[in-house]
Ligand binder design. Structure first.
Ligand SMILES: Nc1ncnc2c1ncn2[C@@H]1O[C@H](COP(=O)(O)OP(=O)(O)OP(=O)(O)O)[C@@H](O)[C@H]1O
Length: 332
């Protein structure tokens, strides 16, 4: 396909798991971590890859890097079969795992970059240019001489992202890049990724549990569960498919009976604080205006639905649909 940079066609990964069930007794079981997944990502796209724990996201990313070999199907990244040509592919991809660092723990940050320079045989001029750009945009100037173990989580994450980009990869896989970061660090990381994608056309595949990462960065999202692709489309479509809800948390001056406003319902009350659920596709502004006009409002915040909740609702709807279908069949 023209422009397809990442291509998966019926890709599978089955793990053989042996479990000790008694003295000399072992049970063999197969885990289908990725179950016939097909999709393509065009050059320059920024796509979210989400799903509950154990859905098969990391396994997919490991196959895309060539660390794991698929059990079946066809997979290509930049025309390369990752598991056959892992070294050649390594020069064209960058990987960041939020929960692990590729940086040298006891050495100053800059030493990890010097090592990457040599390991990837990056031409000197290109290394200097990329390092300069990353250091500037990711605000690393004052951190270069600090041992990695002394960096905060947010600083380390920015350090890791820079390390993944020194060799100018055409595609960047990010696994939970904002996990555990505070609001400001999250904003910095997201801002940088947005610029990277816009300025350099880097293709980005992003795994996250934070729907705001997707909302702010990706025009397309893929949902995987039990190894299968459940949804592929815009985030708004996902909200509609799951009919998800956002929550307005209001702090009133005093304890009051549940707030009554059209378009929202109170789902929890704790003293002067109340939680109101409203459709994710609706704007919070008219609700806020109405509550502010009619109630003694002190403070408020809006909470996004989490990915698990959106997906759970998607299933509930799919199950209800299937049951309705069964019922129809039984009647006819
Ligand atoms: N090396 C392995 N051996 C056996 N089973 C594995 C192995 N790696 C992953 N699995 C299993 O495959 C399934 C998918 O795991 P995977 O790590 O890809 O999920 P994930 O979507 O990345 O989850 P998380 O969000 O928790 O990181 C799980 O059931 C997991 O236990």
């Amino acid at each position: 396909m023209d422009g397809a940079f990442i291509e998966l066609d019926g890709v599978e990964k089955v793990f053989d798991v042996r479990r000790k069930t008694g003295f000399l007794k072992r049970e063999r079981r197969q885990v289908r971590a990725v179950d016939s997944i097909s999709f393509t990502v065009a050059r320059g796209e920024m796509v979210g890859y989400i799903g509950p724990n154990g859905a098969g996201k990391s396994t997919t990313i490991k196959m895309l890097t060539g660390i794991l070999t698929p059990s079946g199907g066809r997979l290509r990244v930049a025309g390369i079969d990752p598991s056959r040509d892992r070294t050649r592919l390594a020069h064209r991809i960058g990987v960041v795992f939020g929960q692990r660092t590729t940086l040298w723990w006891d050495l100053p940050l800059i030493d990890s970059y010097r090592l990457a320079h040599r390991m990837y045989r990056i031409p000197d001029a290109r290394y200097r240019e990329n390092l300069h750009r990353c250091v500037e945009l990711l605000e690393l100037t004052d951190l270069l001489d600090v041992p990695v173990r002394q960096l905060s989580l947010g600083q380390r994450m920015r350090g890791d992202i820079a390390a993944a980009l020194l060799h100018d990869p055409e595609v960047l896989y990010l696994d939970e890049p904002t996990i555990g970061l505070d609001v400001i660090s999250k904003a910095k990381v997201r801002g940088f990724l947005r610029e990277l994608n816009a300025d350099r056309g880097t293709t980005v595949l992003l795994t996250t549990h934070d729907l705001q990462d997707i909302e702010q960065l990706c025009s397309r999202v893929m949902v995987i569960d039990h190894g299968r692709l459940m949804y592929d489309g815009p985030l708004t479509g996902l909200h509609e498919a799951g009919e998800s809800e956002r929550t307005l948390v209001v702090d009133l001056e005093r304890e009051l009976p549940p707030v009554e406003v059209p378009g929202a319902r109170v789902v929890r009350v704790e003293g002067p604080r109340q939680w109101l659920a409203f459709p994710a596709s609706a704007s919070a502004a008219p609700l806020v205006a109405r509550i502010a006009a009619e109630y003694p409002l002190v403070d408020l915040s809006v909470r996004e639905p989490d990915i698990e909740a959106v997906i759970a609702r998607m299933y509930a709807d799919a199950d209800a649909g299937a049951e309705a279908g069964e019922a129809e069949k039984a009647v006819s």
